[in-house]
Design a binder for this molecule. Structure first.
Ligand code: ASP
Length: 329
């Protein structure tokens, strides 16, 4: 009996030591070691732009350098899976968008559970989408584009950043709304897709304003419609799809930060506090606004708010995707 009591006491002591070591590590976090922020899309694209603007400011608030690691492919699911399996020590985080909520319905073998395999840091920014086309496409506005698409569907292509990306979701809703299938061309991000739109290798894309703000201002793309119910503040001259006869197009792309499951709460709290300071930082807010995006208020840059929102987005998009009958695999 004594032996058992001693063993229990020893096990309890080891567990306490472990707890102390964990608490100690969290106390010292982040230390001087950098944090790697995985962006699951190509460099130079919309998620990359939001992320780079964020980490520039957040590094200062966190007290260590946050380095972006681009890991594109499969609509963001490759990078997300990698982070779900990373060491939960606060030195690897994921910056992802709405794709976190659409992937479970699109991928039967996703390899991670967005709600169970991550800790939640908070939301970052909302980004609107605009349907754009190559300059040489004949239609000059959305009203003319719709019959043109119907008449030329077999010849027209629609770029996206892979199944589960924002451009894929928006394209899917658009094709379903106009009841016309186009050939879709997947890329590792809309940065490389945009190069091909500009070069005329693909014709159309539904993209986030964070990726195309420069081209919209320079007039090097044809903007057909804002894919939301109101005009985009920074691009007021682009009419919405609804204004031009196609109601119901509402795709708002939200971005958020996650850490691997098991990252200590004290570490998550530090990350989230730094995120809250960053999203309310006037420099970050101004940078987002310039790109047509909107940094979230501090109360959305919190773990609880993100977890609840992600669950609601999964519930919102799963039936839409199931109804569309689209699968990635
Ligand atoms: N977020 C993707 C990117 O950064 C684009 C997309 O999801 O459509 O390229």
């Amino acid at each position: 009996m004594k032996q058992v009591v001693r063993m229990i006491a020893a096990a309890a002591a080891v567990a306490t030591m472990g707890l102390h070591a964990g608490a100690h590590a969290a106390d010292e976090y982040p230390g001087s070691k950098p944090v790697s922020a995985v962006v699951p899309f190509a460099a130079g694209g919309p998620t990359d732009k939001v992320s780079r603007d964020l980490v520039q400011i957040m590094s200062k608030h966190l007290g260590t350098t946050i380095v972006i690691e681009n890991l594109g492919g499969a609509g963001g699911t490759i990078g997300a899976k990698k982070v779900s399996q990373a060491s939960p020590n606060g030195h690897t985080v994921l910056i992802h968008h709405i794709g976190m909520s659409t992937a479970p319905a699109l991928y039967r073998n996703l390899g991670f559970d967005p709600l169970k395999d991550f800790e939640f840091v908070g939301e970052i920014a909302d980004v609107p989408m605009v349907l754009v086309g190559n300059k040489s496409l004949p239609p000059n506005n959305f009203k003319d584009l719709l019959p043109y698409i119907k008449a030329n569907a077999s010849k027209l292509s629609l770029a996206n950043a892979g199944i589960g990306s924002a451009s894929h979701l928006c394209g899917l809703l658009f094709m379903s709304a106009i009841q016309t299938e186009l050939t879709t061309v997947p890329y590792k991000g809309t940065a490389p897709a945009l190069t091909d739109i500009l070069g005329g290798q693909v014709n159309l894309m539904c993209d986030q304003t964070t990726n195309i703000a420069g081209q919209l201002k320079a007039g090097s793309l044809k903007p057909y419609a804002a894919m939301q119910s109101r005009r985009v503040e920074a691009f007021k001259d682009i009419p919405t799809a609804a204004e031009q006869g196609l109601p119901g197009m509402e795709v708002k792309i939200w971005h958020a930060m996650y850490a691997p499951k098991g990252t200590p709460k004290a570490v998550i709290d530090k990350l989230s506090a730094a995120l809250q300071k960053s999203v309310t930082d006037p420099t970050f807010r101004a940078k987002m606004a310039e790109l047509g995006a909107e940094a979230v208020p501090a109360q959305r840059a919190t773990p609880d708010s993100l977890k609840t929102f992600l669950a609601s987005e999964i519930n919102k998009w799963t039936p839409v995707i199931k109804k569309a009958g689209v699968y990635a695999d």
